[in-house]
Design a protein around this ligand. Sequence first.
Ligand SMILES: C[S@@+](CC[C@H](N)C(=O)[O-])C[C@H]1O[C@@H](n2cnc3c(N)ncnc32)[C@H](O)[C@@H]1O
Length: 254
Amino acid sequence: MPRLAVAPHPRPEYTAPAMNRRPGPNATPFATRAHKPIHFPTVNPYRDAHESFGPELIAAEDAPRRKGAWAAEFGRITPLNLELGTGNGSWLATRAASAPAEDWIGLEIRYKRCVQTAEKVVKAGAGNARVVRYSWFELESLFEPGELAAIYIHHPDPWSSWSKAKHRLIKPEFVAAAARLVRAGGELRLKTDFLPHRDALLAALPAAPEWQLIGTSDDVRSSGAPWPDEIVTGYQAKFDGLGLPVYAAWLRRV
Ligand SMILES: C[S@@+](CC[C@H](N)C(=O)[O-])C[C@H]1O[C@@H](n2cnc3c(N)ncnc32)[C@H](O)[C@@H]1O
């Protein structure tokens, strides 16, 4: 029997997602990359969900206009704190709910994790928190120098093979950018299961005299965190459950 001729399905042009891509010197801003054109809207249901979620979740294309004006977003002038890579959002929601006098922003690149974080923020009743879908490599598109009181980094992706090490967050350029964005007296906290991240942060300090090391921990679970107000994150709980160490470093912006 002759085969039926099937008309080829019209394929929309495909644009690779910008996930984890390091911006090169000529890169277009994150807010205008991959997610703008609608290609396969049904492939990731969280893509639509993140756009229609509500004020707790800010899409990439809406975020840069808030640069220097985050106080207006929250309707008050108070310390503004930033978590990089919220994951499921448990830390951001808990921290924001426990510190209602301050404002909290979580940056996350994955649609699903943005939505999960926003759901946790709503459930916690944390009107002082927002999750923003944006890349942590482009913080200076979102914040003015000195606009932040603190940056919290919890278990950034390790990119453990040498060929992928270029994708790591903790590099001298990041440490210098963080010093510009965090005001004097502010802080930077890192928790990681991947010791090279903590080593890279400490190794960057001689070239970044704006940062002063306050304390470290080689195992937050057994030795305690350097800071007094410790909250376990989703990934941290996994490493705790496996009996593996979580390393920490606490810096003050002088
Ligand atoms: C290993 S998970 C840790 C999640 C959470 N901080 C925790 O401790 O449970 C790293 C998170 O960073 C996010 N991430 C990776 N690259 C990112 C980027 N360039 N900008 C923002 N978030 C990113 C991932 O999507 C993921 O949710």
